[in-house]
Design a protein around this ligand. Structure first.
Ligand code: GLN
Length: 453
């Protein structure tokens, strides 16, 4: 598949031919990466996660409850894409309402990992990552609330970038946890991520948490030769599988050989990331998902005789098991009597986690970290929800603090042949440094799959 950068220099006719070829390949694919094959407008086709609104498209967030819902407007990212010469193309599969790490909770069936169809592609943006890795999309957008762009990118061997919270408008994104959600690119390489990020970012008065900033392009200004100070958090690397630890150690050597300064630090609050995240994210989700009651959006239960029964039946039939679990958890932590002990406490811990990141960034330009403690698991392997939540340990912290982070493949696991991704994390709003470091690392690692599977 040609890269996004290469696509920029093609004629409109060549792009049209390419779109037709990609559509045919996507429809023939058995990966189940696409939920729908809608196209709208001319331009370089960009695959969208199925929680991003495109006017007149069916948009489901991977849920049964939104079956039949037609989006009445374009998300701001879609408007921005169109303005930059890109066109929304297809709807990528995802975990229901972006809750999950495997894409198994989608009502529309699991997506398979193109590197091994027995394995999950990660999640929740599993369809986006699988499609880019399989060459049935040039590039895609995903959303990342606790790792959902970076982790599937790592599991599939492609690049995933979560911008600083506030850089990209959430207007028209199906809300999961509003203080954590951020849209970002999943691409074949670091430069393509910069191209797509430049296109979608920008202040938006329609998103009250959108940051005000000058839109300076990153693409064309990345300096991969810049020497940086990169922090390694020693005390939490041990929790990853040995293949991840080995790839991590080799990457640290590569960075040192490239002239970067590596500093070793510890973080004590990272052990609270999972608990803090799963309290705050479920609390926000319970509130955001209250709107799906059969009255305004999507499916409506039949044969009911009261409003209460309408709500009850619509929600019981429409939501999957994981979503129900999270609504229950979220309402529990917000309920009177438990609010102080859980929700309020988690907000306080979130501040402590932020303070610790800030202290590291007093000394370092970037942090290097694993993305996940293992390579992509087999379909069905993470059936226990707690095991699944634990696999998010390396990605949640950056969402809690709002930091930008980019995941890129560095090696294949010699045993399974599955790709291993690592992430670089930068200070809030310092995407420039993040891309300088990421492009330098991509060039130094020069990852090509060993294909050992
Ligand atoms: N796996 C995490 C969760 O289930 C993150 C999902 C996401 O980033 N949308 O909440």
């Amino acid at each position: 598949m040609i890269t996004l950068k290469e696509a920029l220099s093609k004629t409109p006719e060549a792009i049209q031919t390419l779109r037709d070829e990609i559509m045919a390949a996507a429809q023939a694919s058995e990966l189940n990466a696409y939920i729908g094959f809608e196209q709208s407008g001319d331009g370089i086709p960009i695959l969208l996660k199925d929680n991003i609104q495109v006017k007149d498209w069916s948009v489901t967030s991977g849920s049964k409850i939104l079956q039949g819902y037609i989006a009445p407007y374009d998300a701001t990212v879609v408007k921005n894409l169109r303005a930059a010469g890109f066109a929304p193309f297809g709807r990528a599969n995802m975990d229901e309402f972006a809750m999950g790490s495997t894409t198994e909770s989608s009502y529309y069936g699991v997506t398979r990992n193109p590197r091994d169809p027995q394995c999950v592609p990660g999640g929740s943006s599993g369809g986006s990552a699988a499609a880019v890795a399989a060459g049935i999309a040039i590039a895609a957008l995903g959303s990342d609330t606790g790792g959902s762009i970076r982790q599937p990118a790592a599991y599939c061997g492609v690049v995933g970038f979560k911008p600083t919270y506030g850089r990209v408008s959430r207007y028209g994104l199906g809300a999961y946890a509003s203080s954590l959600d951020q849209i970002g690119p999943i691409t074949q390489n670091v430069e393509d991520a910069a191209i797509l990020y430049d296109a979608i970012k920008g202040h938006d008065p329609k998103d009250s948490t959108s940051a005000e900033f000058e839109k300076e392009p990153i693409f064309g200004h990345i300096d991969p030769t810049r020497k940086l100070t990169i922090a390694v958090i020693d005390n939490y690397i041990d929790e990853a599988d040995s293949a991840i630890q080995d790839a991590f150690a080799r990457t640290v050597e590569t960075l040192e050989a490239a002239g970067h300064t590596i500093i070793h630090r510890e973080m004590t609050n990272t052990k609270y990331d999972i608990a803090t995240y799963y309290i705050l994210a479920t609390a926000e989700a319970a509130t955001n998902l209250a709107r799906y009651d059969g009255v305004r959006y999507g499916r409506r239960a039949e044969g009911v005789t009261s409003t209460e029964e309408l709500f009850f039946k619509t929600r019981s039939e429409g939501f999957g098991e994981e979503v129900k679990r999270r609504i229950l958890l979220g309402n529990f932590v917000l309920s009177s009597g438990y609010y102080d002990a859980y929700y309020l406490k988690a907000q306080k811990v979130r501040h402590l986690i932020r303070d610790e990141y800030n202290a590291i960034f007093e000394e370092a330009d970037l942090i290097l970290s694993p993305v996940a403690p293992s390579v992509a698991p087999k379909i069905g392997e993470l059936a226990d929800p707690l095991e699944m939540y634990k696999s998010d340990m390396y990605t949640l912290g950056t969402n809690l603090v709002g930091l930008p982070a980019l995941s890129l493949p560095v090696a294949d696991d010699p045993e399974t042949g599955m790709p291993i991704g690592l992430q670089l994390i930068a200070k809030a709003f310092d995407e420039k440094t993040l891309f300088d470091g990421a492009l330098g690392l991509e060039q130094a690692v020069n990852y090509t799959t060993t294909g050992a599977h």
